[in-house]
Write a protein that binds this ligand. Structure first.
Ligand SMILES: O=C(O)CCC(=O)C(=O)O
Length: 199
């Protein structure tokens, strides 16, 4: 079921609150940020090990922050680069909208439908409990799937549009998992930024 269609939607679910703003950036600004981020971010492709086998992570990533704290997830340790001017502008736009300060941003570049981000929660210790995560998307629309860990019927998806902002709050990272699934549909590149607060 697609839950979101309006420009700004607040969704209260068991153990989570999500806010989706479809047009946080207009098309012109979103086009600009897509090009700048694609061309200036220091994209990397890490190895991941699953059940003892090592694979290339199925997307490119990068970490930027206002500090030197490394960030670890899925056995990957990322060292941050210093925020660029554009990232600082986006961060400040989001902070004004959501009234929350962020220290770091994890960027993902999905090159085509073969790139993905498997079921997970952003529940690393360094994020503290009930983290506020702000997710901005540029480029191709990909569905963001999320499901409750124990309530079977609570399974939804949101098409994350070019220039959109999705805010995840409350206990979402403890009780829910999310993913960007692979697709056989021919699909263009997509860049996603998840702003986080490392404590
Ligand atoms: O690409 C997305 O929209 C999701 C990104 C994500 O789940 C993550 O970086 O942890």
């Amino acid at each position: 079921m697609d839950l979101f269609s309006n420009e700004k939607t607040i969704l209260k679910l068991p153990n989570a609150e999500l806010i989706y703003i479809s047009n946080f950036y207009n098309t012109e600004k979103a086009n600009h940020y897509f090009e700048v981020l694609k061309n200036t971010i220091k994209w990397q492709q890490d190895d991941i090990t699953i059940f003892g086998k090592t694979y290339k992570q199925p997307r490119l990533t990068a970490l930027y922050a206002d500090n030197n704290k490394p960030y670890s997830y899925s056995n990957i340790v990322m060292k941050p680069h210093r925020f660029t001017e554009e990232l600082l502008t986006i961060k400040s736009d989001i902070e004004s909208e959501v009234q929350h300060k962020f220290t770091s941003v994890l960027l993902n570049l999905y090159r085509n439908g073969n790139d993905s981000n498997g079921w997970h929660a952003d529940n690393e210790k360094a994020l503290g409990s009930n983290p506020v995560i702000a997710s901005v998307s540029f480029g191709a629309t990909r569905p963001f799937h999320f499901k409750h860990r124990t309530i079977k019927d609570e399974r939804h998806k949101i098409p994350l549009e070019h220039g959109s902002l999705l805010l995840m709050k409350d206990e979402m990272q403890h009780f829910w998992l999310h993913q960007i699934a692979k697709t056989k549909t021919v699909i263009d590149e997509r860049i996603n930024l998840t702003f986080r607060t490392l404590i």
